[in-house]
Design a protein around this ligand. Structure first.
Ligand SMILES: Cc1ncc(COP(=O)(O)O)c(C=O)c1O
Length: 440
């Protein structure tokens, strides 16, 4: 194991079975295009764009050059009271891409920070507009909104919540949108729009004027690509408007072309009041997140403070970090120059055909997909996640990296993928699933 000079013991890895990993580590030492190389020198296709980050593929020289140039010009500047020009340039570029009227951008370093920042912006906005009694937040079962205390409170995944007590109070969860009747639905299901009425029921239970915001992932990502039923997001928007509730779309996974458009809000034709972003903003190359808000939210908070006073007591040492901004700008250039969102949209039909071709395999329990994103549920075998982890390891050994949550494989190839890459991904998937069926 030439790449492991030290013991593996000292690093404590997140969302990992540390004991199991350290017995037989999976180390990635190179990346180019849609491929990784592991420490045995074997090729591993990146079937999940890392963790839904590397939309433009690995080893992008344009990004490395831009970061290197930035570091040699100005490596670091605080973002409180002084700032680097590249952060303003990136904010303008993002504002031009996000839905009209959402033109103000707050930089963070991750999706988790974007979520907790969005929670604080909602609170600050409601205070500033004299609606400070709006203290309740609505989220959804099976939601994933990162790992900070706010995001953990919004989380709808039992394992991510159960040992962390009641965390932030005042959060209620709508039902998730998966139903056994909609198994094997490609794209949006015609059934399930009525699940949005859960929000209306919370308004009737708590009083709509006490609810501050409703947080949803347009497609619930980490839980397994739950595509919203037709009309569902539109109905959430209507209920929010009726009661003055802010609608927050967590687009940390769905942003930057994953759904065939710049953002899922565009794909589904629903405009939120706030969007949270991260991951593919820098092609995953450097940590960065952003919260994009409706102009009225920004203006209300800004204009509520006295002249010369700080308007929002919130920020990070690395908000608008120059190197991350340079990576972001170079990434957005690649998306534009290579028309990558359209390329992803053009490949979606072929990709989904391959996903749904797995339906005949007995161990496949459900398939879902939209854009270049799919969830493949496999039948449980013992405790939840046992079958999924076994399959994840078998796929990796066969040359394919896929991110799993429990017994669900999340396939999300880079937007630069070609049909032959999709063939290779699903060729490996089928072979491994079929051979593991034979062994059972
Ligand atoms: C929808 C969503 N929100 C927030 C996060 C948290 O992002 P990060 O891991 O960058 O903190 C994730 C991560 O997967 C996510 O999928």
């Amino acid at each position: 194991m030439q790449y492991i000079s030290n013991s593996l013991e000292n690093q404590w890895m997140g969302y990992t079975s540390n004991r199991d990993f350290k017995k037989n580590p999976r180390l990635i030492i190179k990346g180019k295009g849609i491929n990784y190389t592991n420490h045995h020198g074997e090729n591993i296709i990146d079937g999940s764009s890392g963790l839904f980050c590397c939309a433009a593929g690995h080893g992008r020289k344009e990004i490395a050059d831009a970061v290197s140039k930035q570091l040699m010009e100005i490596d670091y500047t605080p973002h409180f009271q002084i700032a680097s020009p590249s952060s303003f340039e990136l904010a303008s570029r993002l504002a031009a891409m996000t839905p009209s009227g959402l033109d103000h951008v707050f930089f963070t370093n991750s999706g988790s920070e974007s979520i907790d920042t969005a929670l604080k912006i909602v609170m600050a906005y409601n205070k500033a507009r004299g609606d400070g009694y709006r203290s309740r937040f609505i989220s959804r079962e099976r939601a994933y909104h990162g790992t900070n205390i706010g995001g953990t409170s919004l989380s709808g995944l039992m394992k991510n919540r159960e040992i962390f007590g009641s965390v932030m109070p005042g959060v209620a969860h709508m039902r998730h949108t998966w139903s056994p009747n909609s198994r094997f639905t490609r794209g949006q299901s015609e059934d399930g729009m009525e699940l949005a009425e859960d929000l209306q029921r919370f308004c009737e239970l708590y009083g709509g004027s006490n609810i501050a915001a409703c947080f949803v992932e347009p497609i619930a990502g980490s839980t397994g690509c739950l595509v919203p039923p037709e009309g569902y997001l539109q109905r959430l928007r209507e209920i929010c408007d009726l009661h003055g509730i802010l609608l927050v779309f967590d687009e940390v996974i769905t942003g930057f072309g994953r759904t065939g458009k710049s953002f899922a809000s565009e794909s589904f034709g629903v405009k939120p009041d706030i969007m949270t972003l991260a991951k593919a903003l820098t092609n995953g190359v450097l940590p960065m997140g952003a919260v994009v808000v409706k102009n009225e939210i920004y203006e209300t908070i800004i204009n509520n403070a006295s002249d010369g006073a700080i308007e929002l007591f919130h920020g990070h040492t690395h908000s608008g970090n120059p190197a991350s901004c340079a990576a972001g700008l170079a990434t957005l250039d690649i998306y534009d120059n290579e028309n990558l969102f359209q390329r992803g949209a053009d490949l979606s039909g072929y990709f989904l055909d391959k996903v749904f071709s797995l339906e005949d395999i007995p161990s496949v329990a459900d398939l879902r997909g939209y854009g270049l994103f799919a969830g493949i549920d496999i039948k449980a075998d013992g405790a939840p996640g046992v079958a999924g982890t076994r399959l994840m390891k078998a796929l990796f050994a066969a040359g394919l990296h896929v991110k799993f949550t429990g017994d669900c494989a999340l396939v999300a190839p880079p937007l630069i993928s070609e049909k032959k890459d999709i063939d290779n991904i699903f060729g490996i998937f089928r072979d491994v699933l079929v051979s593991s069926n034979k062994k059972q």
